[in-house]
Design a binder for this molecule. Structure first.
Ligand code: SF4
Length: 397
């Protein structure tokens, strides 16, 4: 499919909207009352620190709702206002936050059902309205919806669209896109749907494996097995790694994306003549500012003397997991939770570990004076962070 031409057609269609409907003022008031917090504002005003009794809370200086998420949620609220009686669907969670998604359901915005691992678009009818979430949707999904003639409200974050444009550029000049991301993540699924040839690497270790293959060759079968779910159809490592461009899932660790870019730049310089680098390697900066700011603020926060950290965000939120990883690497006891209800009676907390499994930690709040570091992912409302902080104050009172 000519994805660029399709996108152009879609964007010119009268059924397509990516700018909202002019109800910003009403929606802003509603969002403020539902998601913002006066306690968080107070902590911000006190230089990101607040002491009550024997607890000091230290907030990261950048955390929570990013611009792209705020925009997507506002557009979803506007869509409900603009289409009060129509059936509204979302192709996926609007953002990775349980309380926001719960609110969508209360507003009778339904998720496209998943049947045996696949989304069932047969439920969508011609006059329905379908919202595409902040991390986008695959071009195939967009085409199904466009063909059905339903109204599409596209809240895809412009930063994500920037990555899609990057892989389109790679495709145009016949480069393979090396995407730093998680092959199952919706954003990466969407990005790869716009790419031509692509290979998805999860981390520096996988990137190094690919770089070694470029330089020294290797076991082709092992390569194909290793990336079976993470490459384009018919991908051939002996043919398709001569010209590569870098792209990323916007919420990966920015330092790692940069290292992966540099690794492939060095690899291509080593394999080919440095003067020919531009014929074998392309890199554009597609790291999202919000992800970068939150990770930088976390790196600053973990320099303080913290007794523990609480990282708040959806369990399938990639950027929240990256924040948690920073705390773990600093050997700070850190608990990733998605809502205050994870804090259980009897000084216990249910939290998500880096391997994705849930665990219960007992006696997680030490007696005596403590300093607790707090941050939250880009899809977490301040209200949820407030609930967690208030709970900690209450438990320690
Ligand atoms: S984290 Fe970045 S790319 Fe993702 S929605 Fe927010 S601003 Fe957009």
């Amino acid at each position: 499919m000519d994805t660029k031409a399709f996108k152009r057609t879609l964007q010119h269609s009268e059924n397509y909207n990516r700018k909202g409907f002019g109800h910003q003022a009403e929606v802003t008031t509603q969002l403020q009352s539902e998601y913002q917090s006066s306690l968080i504002q107070e902590i911000r005003d006190r230089n990101y620190s607040l002491q009550r009794g024997n607890v000091t809370i230290r907030l990261a200086e950048a955390f929570g709702f990013c611009w792209g998420v705020e925009r997507a949620v506002a557009m979803a609220y506007e869509t409900r206002q603009h289409f009060p009686t129509e059936q509204i669907w979302i192709t996926n969670e609007i953002i990775h936050n349980p309380s926001v998604n719960q609110r969508m359901q209360e507003m009778e915005v339904k998720f496209i059902p998943i049947e045996t691992g696949k989304k069932d678009f047969s439920v969508v009818e011609t006059n329905d309205v379908v919202i595409l979430p902040a991390f986008g949707a695959s071009v195939q999904e967009m085409q199904i919806l466009h063909d059905k003639g339903c109204k599409i409200v596209d809240t895809t974050c412009p930063w994500v669209s920037k990555v899609w444009n990057t892989v389109e550029k790679h495709k145009k000049i016949d480069y393979t896109s090396i995407i730093h991301g998680k092959y199952k993540h919706e954003e990466t699924v969407a990005t790869s749907s716009f790419a031509g040839k692509y290979l998805i690497v999860l981390n520096l270790k996988e990137a190094q494996y690919v770089a070694d293959y470029i330089l020294n060759g290797g076991n082709r079968e092992e390569f194909l097995q290793k990336f079976a779910k993470a490459c384009s159809a018919g991908f051939d490592p002996d043919r398709d790694l001569e010209r590569v461009g870098i792209a990323n899932q916007t919420t990966m660790l920015k330092g790692e994306t940069e290292q992966i870019g540099k690794l492939f730049e060095r690899t291509m310089m080593q394999k080919y003549n440095p003067t020919e680098l531009n014929q074998h390697f392309q890199s554009f900066n597609t790291i999202c500012d919000a992800t970068q700011e939150r990770q930088d603020a976390m790196l600053e926060l973990v320099q303080h003397n913290l007794d523990l950290m609480v990282v708040i965000g959806g369990f399938n939120s990639s950027n929240t997991t990256q924040l948690q990883q920073i705390a773990i690497e600093k050997s700070i006891p850190s608990y990733h939770i998605d809502c205050v209800e994870r804090i259980k009676p009897g000084n216990a907390i249910e939290h998500r570990q880096l391997n994705g499994e849930l665990a219960i930690a007992k006696n997680w709040l030490p007696a005596d004076k403590i300093v607790v570091g707090i941050t939250s992912g880009a899809s977490t409302p301040d209200k949820v962070v407030e609930d967690v902080i208030e709970k900690i104050f209450t438990l320690k009172a």
